[in-house]
Design a protein around this ligand. Structure first.
Ligand code: GLN
Length: 284
């Protein structure tokens, strides 16, 4: 089979499932991953012979895409902040909004050098901690997650990106104490309410880890409250807490952090114009 035949078969199989631009993007992703072809090569080498092994991999990918499995779980790899990250069904697929959070922290740090270090709570694939480490090579970074499986992926991602992170299995809702003091604590905890599920797509609902996404409608800020309380005893004086937040709960988040005694609370919108990030400072 040639590359051009493979492409025709791929588009034909998925034409009732995805818009053609999306299918095109999947095809590029897979030809890059399985054949190490750049986009330009896909156009320039229509006659390239495809081995049976590779065409079988494409058939498998087609059946997974038909079941709405995210392409990142099919290839097992994605990009975040310009860096490669392995992902699987134990970790969320890093979102572009989270890149904006990392950018915000790095920008602030140009003005404020660090003495202690950074703590990332609920690290998942490690995307926040590892991206920060890549840009702050001298700063000690600790990253926690409740999931051993996620920590395994995060550890591999740190090696892949040649950074050192102190990974720790830890349940933030438990009473187990944490070591050390940090200049910065950052977290992108679960924040999607059950009531928001109906607006979500199968690729998220059926595949991404629910524990990393969902919170109960009755107490949607549970993780934030707990993390704010932990931050109060683990931030150095004038330390900053950064959060990714639910776009609909910006006001509630501000109230929560005021109640917990934080100052200089600042909300920030993402590129889509949604309340998505928040930072606040802890004065002892
Ligand atoms: N932004 C993610 C989503 O909408 C949710 C991330 C999270 O819960 N922390 O799928």
């Amino acid at each position: 089979m040639t590359l051009s035949e493979l492409r025709t078969q791929f588009f034909e199989s998925l034409k009732d499932v995805y818009p053609s631009e999306e299918t095109q993007a999947f095809f590029y992703e897979l030809t890059g991953h399985y054949l190490q072809l750049r986009r330009i090569d896909v156009a320039l080498k229509p006659k390239q012979e495809i081995s049976t092994e590779v065409s079988n991999l494409f058939s498998e990918a087609i059946s997974k895409l038909k079941r709405h499995q995210p392409i990142q779980y099919i290839t097992g790899i994605t990009e975040f902040f310009g860096l490669p990250f392995g992902v699987n069904e134990h970790t969320l697929i890093p979102r572009p909004e989270t890149e904006e959070l990392v950018e915000w922290i790095l920008k602030d740090l140009q003005q404020q050098p660090l003495q202690h270090g950074i703590l990332d709570i609920g690290t998942g694939s490690g995307c926040i901690a590892i991206s920060l480490a890549k840009h702050l090579p001298k700063v000690p970074i600790t990253a926690l997650d409740i999931s051993q499986e996620a920590l395994q992926i995060a550890t591999k991602n740190a090696v892949r990106n040649t950074v050192e992170i102190d990974f720790l299995k830890h349940d933030i809702l438990s009473k187990t104490p944490l070591p050390k003091t940090y200049d910065i604590i950052v977290s992108n905890p679960p924040y999607v309410r059950e009531l928001e599920k109906k607006a979500m797509h199968h690729n998220v609902l059926d595949y991404e880890p629910g524990t990393a996404l969902f919170v109960s409608d009755s107490d949607p800020l549970l993780f934030y409250r707990k993390i704010a309380q932990v931050a109060k005893s683990h931030l150095s004086p004038k330390g900053i807490l950064y959060f990714e937040i639910n776009e609909y709960l910006g006001k509630e988040m501000k109230t929560l952090l005021e109640t917990e005694g934080f100052s200089e609370i600042q909300l920030k919108k993402d590129l889509f114009g949604k309340d998505r990030m928040l930072k606040c400072r802890w004065y002892e």
